[in-house]
Design a protein around this ligand. Structure first.
Ligand SMILES: Nc1nc2c(ncn2[C@@H]2O[C@H](COP(=O)(O)OP(=O)(O)OP(=O)(O)O)[C@@H](O)[C@H]2O)c(=O)[nH]1
Ligand SMILES: [Mg+2]
Length: 482
């Protein structure tokens, strides 16, 4: 038996960006050369790409953890770190990507359609790139950003134009085998088909695909038999064919009640199949009893509004009519549909506009800053380096975060969290000057971002800094002007 996997949870991790390098050019007799630390390389992305040669998600069932390469750190002598290798994961046509809550992230249809499931982290800037007229020799570099990581769910929804549904042994696979070149397994016991079969049919000008699904039985929606799980494969079909067995041996079955049962199960499944066009194929009419039964029920089926075809997978009777009728419905549906592009990607909504930021008050003395830039800058900051922390303060200040906090009424000692609830860096907000831009500008001396140090040590440091300032220590921090 072939194993078929059509739903997997995949854990993806993009590569981390490499850290920037802080280094100073050294030459004999020139001890104080310029900064020459290179930038870190980008982390690799994890990318899903539709590959027609891949037909199941089995590979990901076996190895659900996938990671792209990390960027290399920058080095001295202005050497940029190498970018991490992206990881390309081939997936079958018709793979739907969702998050764990079922929100659709991408619908991958068409060879080559791709979706970046996890974006690699940016490399950190080296101190050469951070140098400016004001900051000639930065004694720090930016950290590489962590790559995105998370869980996604891949679901395979085979893209077939026509779906054959019916009881087990109604002859669905047999019909595929005579309508197309596909050779699915056929046998006289129920549930021969365990995974959907797909065949390509040519009828006149129209070429279309037909899929069957494992047989349905009463209660399939409660998981009886193989259940309704496989119906997701035919959710996108343009037309449903009810394959009704006119030669079923069970005494409690006949084509009309079979149809009712299958309809009830389709209804229970939902998935938009309710208003899909349908036709009815009365199968096994090569058997005299079968033909007799077909003659008995045809009028009633027509009265219910169905187009009815007498067929036989064995004698091949009625197949031409059926395949041309299906071609007609498929062609009509295609014409009505907006032209299908090769790429159908749902772009993940950005939680926060990358250009801006928001400040919200969260209870007494607590503020939260959200925004692409502030959050990225925090991730890039090496909190063990005072100068780097000061640089972060500069950037936040220039963006206007400081002003906004003032405007919102933030006061000394208030907590300021930057980032989402589950992953924020929290600072004590302690403006030393009441207003003005320069208050955050003194790199290496900033007190407000000191949350990592215990309070006692913080006070001690502050006193020492104050003493230094009184002793006339320059404005730009110990390394400025070097
Ligand atoms: N006489 C006759 N037998 C048929 C016809 N079509 C299918 N059969 C037989 O019916 C049995 C079941 O056929 P399948 O094609 O495997 O049925 P299925 O609907 O795919 O069944 P599952 O995969 O179990 O859901 C086989 O023994 C076939 O040979 C037909 O038109 N006439
Ligand atoms: Mg079958």
């Amino acid at each position: 038996m072939t194993t078929f996997v059509d739903r997997v949870e995949l854990h993806v991790a993009a590569g981390n960006g490499g850290h920037g390098c802080a280094s100073v050019h050294r030459e004999k007799f020139k001890p104080l050369g310029g900064p020459n630390g290179g930038n870190g390389g980008r982390g690799g992305d994890v990318v899903l790409v539709v590959d027609r040669d891949v037909t199941t998600l089995l590979e990901y069932h076996h190895r659900p953890h996938r990671a792209a390469g990390n960027g290399r750190p920058g080095e001295g002598d202005n050497r940029t770190g190498k970018d991490g290798d992206s990881l390309v994961l081939p997936v079958p046509d018709g793979t739907v990507v969702t998050d764990r809550n079922g929100t659709v992230l991408a619908d991958l249809v068409g060879e080559g359609t791709s979706y970046v499931a996890a974006r690699g982290g940016r490399g950190g800037l080296g101190n050469a790139a951070l140098a400016s007229p004001r900051r000639k020799a930065p004694g720090f570099a930016l950290l590489g950003e962590p790559g995105e990581r998370g869980d996604i769910v891949l679901e395979l929804k085979t893209v077939a134009d026509v779906a054959l549904v019916g009881y087990p042994s109604a002859g669905k696979s047999s019909l595929i085998s005579v309508l197309s070149a596909a050779r699915p397994k056929i046998a006289d016991y129920p549930f021969t088909t365990l995974v959907p079969n797909l065949g390509v049919v040519t009828a006149g000008e129209t070429v279309y695909t037909v899929a069957d699904v494992p047989g349905l039985i009463p209660g399939a929606s409660q998981g009886r038999g193989l259940g309704l799980e496989f119906l997701r494969h035919v959710e996108r079909c343009k037309v449903l064919v009810h394959v009704l067995d006119c030669a079923a041996l069970e005494t409690d079955r006949d084509p009309l009640s079979d149809l009712d049962v299958i309809e009830a199960e389709l209804e229970a499944y939902g998935g938009g199949l309710k208003d899909r066009p349908r036709v009815v194929a009365l199968n096994k009419t090569d058997i005299p009893d079968g033909q007799e039964l077909a003659d008995l029920v045809r009028a009633e089926l027509r009265a219910r509004g169905h187009r009815v075809f007498d067929v036989s997978a064995v004698s091949r009777k009625g197949l031409r009519e059926l395949s041309f009728a299906l071609a007609g419905i498929v062609a009509e549906a295609r014409a009505a549909q907006p032209r299908q592009q090769a790429t159908r990607i749902v772009i993940r909504p950005q939680a926060v506009d990358d250009a801006g930021f928001t400040v919200t008050r969260e209870g007494e003395g607590m503020f939260r800053v959200r925004g692409g830039k502030p959050e990225r800058w925090v991730r890039q900051t090496d909190f063990t380096n005072n100068e780097a922390v000061g640089y972060l303060a500069d950037r936040l200040n220039r963006l206007g975060v400081e002003d906004e906090l003032f405007r919102m009424g933030a006061r000394e000692g208030d907590g300021v969290a930057i980032g989402p609830e589950d992953n924020a860096v929290v600072f004590d907000w302690e403006p030393s000057v009441s207003t003005g831009a320069e208050m955050l500008g003194r790199r290496g001396e900033d007190h407000r971002l000191d949350e990592l140090r215990p309070a006692v040590q913080r006070r001690r440091d502050r006193e020492a800094e104050r003493a230094e300032a009184q002793a006339g220590y320059g404005d730009g921090g110990p390394l400025a002007g070097q």
